[in-house]
Design a protein around this ligand. Structure first.
Ligand SMILES: NC(=O)c1ccc[n+]([C@@H]2O[C@H](COP(=O)([O-])OP(=O)(O)OC[C@H]3O[C@@H](n4cnc5c(N)ncnc54)[C@H](OP(=O)(O)O)[C@@H]3O)[C@@H](O)[C@H]2O)c1
Length: 217
């Protein structure tokens, strides 16, 4: 598949690129092509250090999205609508994945409930009719994902309304050996998984834990 990682120059985008690049064509998207190309080159070099071979290329966000089968929105919540507006002309039948968490940091990290209930539902409302959002990966810490450490094992809670789209993302999650996909229900429940991220970050700060993630026992 062709997987577009929009905002893939950032923290968690790298993790997806490194894990999926051996089996898929990874299209790193950015507001700036040269930044995306530099990131893609860096990620290919990292793969080579681990003795892996990958196919990672850099593009502007719209070009990355245009040819993709799957688009993952690795963009901070406050900037997602701008990126969707920019790529909208090329959106048609791609599977859209949202790991996006709307939260703020004051004394503690807090989940900021969007008007439609969750970031995933907000994103769904921005898309052309017929496209489906799958919410996933909110509780996977980027540093652990990027480490390619096989000892790291965690669960990925996944919400979505369209069975076929959800299965595509469940299969992609299964391809990352450290992750186990768990179906959590429809998109209407996405706030339940998005709000776990501020919980994890508060646990990290208050208990001096580094990059906590979630495993259901
Ligand atoms: N980091 C984690 O551990 C983690 C875990 C689970 C979920 N998430 C979620 O995943 C998403 C990405 O997180 P991240 O930590 O990877 O974010 P990040 O590194 O802060 O940013 C990702 C990318 O967003 C793009 N961006 C920044 N400002 C923008 C703007 N004004 N307009 C358009 N694009 C902009 C940048 O790409 P360009 O400059 O190249 O355009 C940047 O590299 C967030 O929604 C977060 O809640 C993160």
């Amino acid at each position: 598949m062709r997987i577009a990682v929009l905002g893939g120059t950032g923290e968690i985008g790298e993790g997806f690129a490194l894990h999926w690049a051996e089996k898929h064509h990874i299209r790193i998207g950015s507001r700036k092509v040269d930044k995306a190309e530099a990131a893609a080159e860096r990620f290919n070099e990292t793969l080579a250090i681990f003795g892996r071979k990958g196919d990672i290329q850099g593009f502007d966000n719209r070009t990355a999205a245009e040819e993709a089968d799957v688009i993952i929105l690795t963009i901070p919540y406050e900037h997602v609508s701008g990126v969707i507006d920019f790529v909208r002309p090329v959106l048609s039948d791609q599977n859209i994945v949202s790991p996006v968490v709307p939260m703020t940091r004051g004394e503690y990290f807090e989940y900021n409930t969007p008007a439609r209930g969750s970031a995933a539902q907000e994103i769904q409302a921005m898309l052309p009719e017929g496209m489906n959002v799958v919410a996933a990966f909110h509780t996977v810490a980027s540093r652990r994902l990027c480490s390619l450490d096989p000892a790291f094992q965690c669960d990925v809670m996944i919400c979505g309304d369209d069975r076929r789209s959800k299965e595509v993302i469940i299969d992609l999650t299964n391809e990352i050996e450290c992750l186990r996909p768990l179906d959590v229900g429809p998109l209407a429940l996405a706030s339940t998984i998005e709000s776990l991220t501020p919980l994890l970050l508060n646990i990290a700060v208050l208990n001096h834990l580094k990059d906590p993630s979630i495993k259901v026992l």
